[in-house]
Design a protein around this ligand. Structure first.
Ligand code: FEO
Length: 399
């Protein structure tokens, strides 16, 4: 049947691609869509691992029926209740009234809050280290609080050495038939979507991701089945390395990200002058964005990637340009750390943008603001061009 894939003799993929969703969580643009993954195990017992978003609910229920092929559904494991995975819990429980639901204690509270009714006798509460066998396959449950909600669990199946990782190791982008990581050119097709997903969805919770990575390092993992994006079976070390860097807030690359705001093009000229000078000096790794033309989720992903960040903003209402302000606040909310930051400010009178940006930057951990601040007074002149030269020198020295 449409989009049912066999992962092993007993394990099936029942997920769906969603290309029609414009904004994930109604906030993050996803031009390449997203997949909602769910898995069904046919052992001595039948076990459904998570559900999908309600937009794919009808086809999901049909797929379950097809794979079960007349058998009853014995268990549902809920790793994460957020509605992109938990929306169909109520329907599944209604359709299969004998089903036992396995989840964390807090997950059952959330399931009820979202309106699904599960009878007390059908609830199996699991906690860190609990094991349940369904025949040949034995699952060990591992707490993953705040990856990315507090109730989240992951589970490790020891026969196939598979980690069912919930939101962890997820990726934006439709699968379109490419089920495994090795179906993709990771650099060209996956990495940007991985980074965008991680930084914007899980980015805030680096400490908790580090805890999960430490737990995972004690397991012999051959395959990772997340709730979004491909199943990982080949490039596990690349995946773990990226997650390790992102969750430690370490830059992936030495390079410069310039993000500017500009009302009439004068601050933009300052930013582009710096970009040109850096390139003239041979800097290989440079990215430049206009904050008014780029969604903040893209800026956040790029911010996690680079070692150096240059922010250029005009003064607006005696403060930072509002869209730049929003980007800075998002950086703070997502715990961005460990950057070397250059500042370009502009003001025709009462120039405040620089000090305001520095104030917000200083509220983040381990951010070094370069002393060589550039001050543009309305438009570039000899003095501000000289300041750009000094900022360039300082950036190149610290790269
Ligand atoms: Fe994919 Fe936190 O839900």
């Amino acid at each position: 049947m449409y989009n049912i894939r066999k992962i092993s003799e007993e394990l099936y993929y029942l997920g769906s691609d969603d290309i029609r969703l414009e904004l994930f969580e109604n906030i993050h643009p996803i031009q390449k869509g997203v997949s909602y993954n769910s898995y069904l195990l046919l052992d001595e017992k039948t076990v459904l691992l998570d559900t999908v978003d309600s937009s794919k609910g009808k086809e999901f229920l049909e797929k379950i029926k097809v794979v079960l092929n007349g058998r009853d559904l014995d268990y549902l494991i809920v790793h994460h209740v957020e509605p992109d995975h938990g929306a169909m819990i109520g329907e599944v429980v209604t359709l299969y009234p004998n089903i036992k639901v396995i989840a964390s204690k807090q997950a059952f509270v959330f399931i009820k809050q979202f309106g699904a009714n599960i009878k007390e006798e059908n609830m199996i509460v699991v906690k860190e280290g609990d094991k349940i066998s369904f025949g040949k396959h034995e699952f060990t449950f591992v707490g993953a609080p705040m990856v990315h909600w507090p109730e989240a669990l992951v589970s490790y199946e020891s026969t196939t050495k598979t980690l069912f990782s919930a939101d962890a190791f997820g990726t934006f982008g439709c699968l379109y038939g490419k089920l495994y990581d090795d179906d993709f050119n990771i650099e060209l097709e996956l990495l940007e979507e991985m980074r965008k997903y991680y930084t914007n969805i899980v980015g805030k919770f680096g400490v908790q991701v580090q805890t999960l990575l430490k737990k995972a390092s004690g397991l012999d993992i051959k395959m990772i089945c997340p709730l979004h994006g491909p199943i990982w079976r080949t490039n596990l070390s690349l995946l773990l390395d990226k997650y390790n860097k992102w969750s430690k807030y370490e830059p992936e690359e030495n390079g410069v990200l310039i993000v500017y705001a500009s009302m009439y093009g004068n601050t933009e000229k300052g930013a582009i002058t710096l970009a040109n000078k850096l390139k003239e000096k041979g800097l290989a790794n440079l990215a430049v964005y206009d904050v008014s033309k780029t969604d903040v989720s893209t800026l956040i992903a790029e911010t996690f990637k680079y070692s150096h960040l240059v922010l250029a903003s005009p003064t607006y209402n005696m403060g930072v340009f509002p869209i730049m302000h929003n980007y800075l606040e998002d950086m703070k909310a997502l715990n961005v750390q460990n950057k070397i930051v250059g500042i370009i400010e502009n003001g025709t009178w009462a120039c405040k943008a620089g000090d305001e940006m520095i104030k917000i930057i200083k509220e983040m951990k381990n951010m070094i603001v370069l002393e060589e601040k550039v001050k543009i007074v309305s438009s570039l002149n000899e003095k501000s061009e000289q300041e750009i030269e000094s900022l360039m020198d300082s950036i190149l020295k610290t790269l």
